[in-house]
Design a protein around this ligand. Sequence first.
Ligand code: SAH
Length: 355
Amino acid sequence: MSKDKVDCKNLSLTELENLFSGWGEPPFRATQLLQWIYKKKVHHFNEMSNFSYELRQKLSAFAYLSSLKTKKIQTSSDGTQKFLFELEDGETIETVLMPHRGRNTVCISTQVGCRMKCKFCLTAKQGLIRHLKVSEILNQLLEVQLSLRVASCAPWQSNRITNVVMMGMGEPLDNFTNVISALELMTHPHGLELAPRRITVSTVGLAHKIAEFGKKTNVNLALSLNASSNEVRTSLMPMNKAYPIERLLEEIRSLYKNNKKRKIMLEYILMDGITDSDEDAYRLVKLLKGFPFKINLIPFNSHSDLTYREPPLERIDRFQEILKTHDIFSFIRWSKGRDVSAACGQLRSLHPTQS
Ligand code: SAH
């Protein structure tokens, strides 16, 4: 695409209104444009039949509508699909579609790579290459939606995206401005119009961004706690040095106080011999006393590059049992798409030597 043209998918409603006003057009043209892009999902200005020929020409001369190139789709035995997308500069990202009983949850990426250096995550190994633009975050949903529409679905299966999780490559709060703008368009009545309660942003725990996140959006937040002591958490997630567990729990407690409708979840990876002991479970009980938050226990997803392991089943059950006897509700989240490396912590960009 032309480097000097503006990608309309990077513009907010207000920015589009300003663009049209500058051309002497009424501001409602901006709403119409959003509807063409996100509701009717057209790819070219010349399909926008309620715009005059002159306006379409003007738009084409000044702007364009970006899209992602689908390089590969892998389907897991559990129905999960992993998409490999190529961006305009040749970088690649992965996106995961998880169909489940009439729901379609899409796990999207927010950065090419990641700079959080979590020891257990494959994305961390490539470091941060760059932030994703607003358009690149949204286009993942538009492309997956397109594939759902053309796929012949089983009768019980919906062909609409119903839920979104920002749990793919990258740390969403590290790409704060673009993530917030993308969330605005995702939830806007003229945009993708997804209910905020069906969208979850997952964070490593950038504590200094959590209050601002609370002010700017009312989507759900998942905190990747992953350990019960600062010592272990820092060894697995170096960001914990700057933002230790107590500070994080304080931040999410006030996030909850300010908006009780927002769902807040904790994620805890169970790693054999590292985070799965009885002591860990008891420490968690102590830490989470009085917190009304649900905790997702994620058995570690292994990959060839790492030596960590998933705990035996009895350990996982025992861990959950201890939490339960202390009134902490937890859910064991078996990651989907493990056989095609589409599970949590298994996403990465394509290396030039890979096909
Ligand atoms: N940066 C964000 C989102 C990406 S990771 C975050 O840290 O939350 C999404 C989730 O997958 C996090 O809860 C993370 O702790 C978990 N995860 C990462 N690697 C994993 C692995 N190998 N096995 C299981 N869960 C993993």
